[in-house]
Ligand binder design. Structure first.
Ligand code: ADP
Length: 164
């Protein structure tokens, strides 16, 4: 049985993330989404909220589980028994950073490998940051994120500048 983890910030989760999750869930027996708790950033959604959102957004995928974690992705992977880290690649600009991370992780944990899934073309422009930017200026984000979080994103941005 092959378990993989998909670590990220997911603030908020987008259709780009969900596309990677669906595709990775086909490739691996079990996929554990790791929601990063980064104490140096002030996210729009708390880690508990992000875990709940991802749990709801993936409730129809039987082999997906959502957890929070702090620290290194390789440590998170090991703690779950996963030998694979899944990451998504969008533009060539992602590649440099992701390759560097993957190589560092390989050095830290030679028993854990990183696999990359290329984004589906229709999501190649999509990032959590642009979603927040569009929402902040009152733009329509329904094509970018699940329906059930659209109102919550607008509410949070309306509360003041809590975004990282
Ligand atoms: P991080 O802060 O770790 O980069 P993100 O939540 O921004 O976390 O992204 C998690 C992973 O999902 C990263 O590998 C990122 O490249 C990938 N990703 C983000 N948006 C997309 C997208 N639109 N299509 C494919 N992969 C994506």
């Amino acid at each position: 049985m092959t378990t993989a983890v998909y670590p990220g910030t997911f603030d908020p989760v987008t259709f780009g993330h969900l596309d990677i999750i669906r595709r990775a869930a086909v490739l691996y027996d079990k996929l554990i989404i790791g929601v990063l708790h980064n104490s140096e950033k002030t996210p729009l959604f708390s880690v508990e909220e992000r875990v709940n959102i991802l749990t709801k957004a993936t409730e129809d995928i039987a082999n997906v589980e959502v957890r929070s974690f702090e620290g290194l992705s390789v440590d998170f992977a090991r703690s779950t028994g996963a030998r694979v880290i899944v990451r998504g690649l969008r533009l060539i600009t992602d590649f440099e950073y992701e390759l560097q991370m993957a190589q560092t992780n390989r050095k830290l944990a030679p028993d854990v490998d990183t696999t990359f899934l290329y984004t589906s073309l229709q999501y190649s422009y999509l990032s959590s940051t642009t979603v927040k930017e569009v929402a902040r200026f009152g733009g329509d984000i329904r094509e970018f994120v699940p329906d059930f979080i659209v109102g919550e994103i607008h509410n949070k941005l309306g509360e003041g500048d809590k975004e990282s």
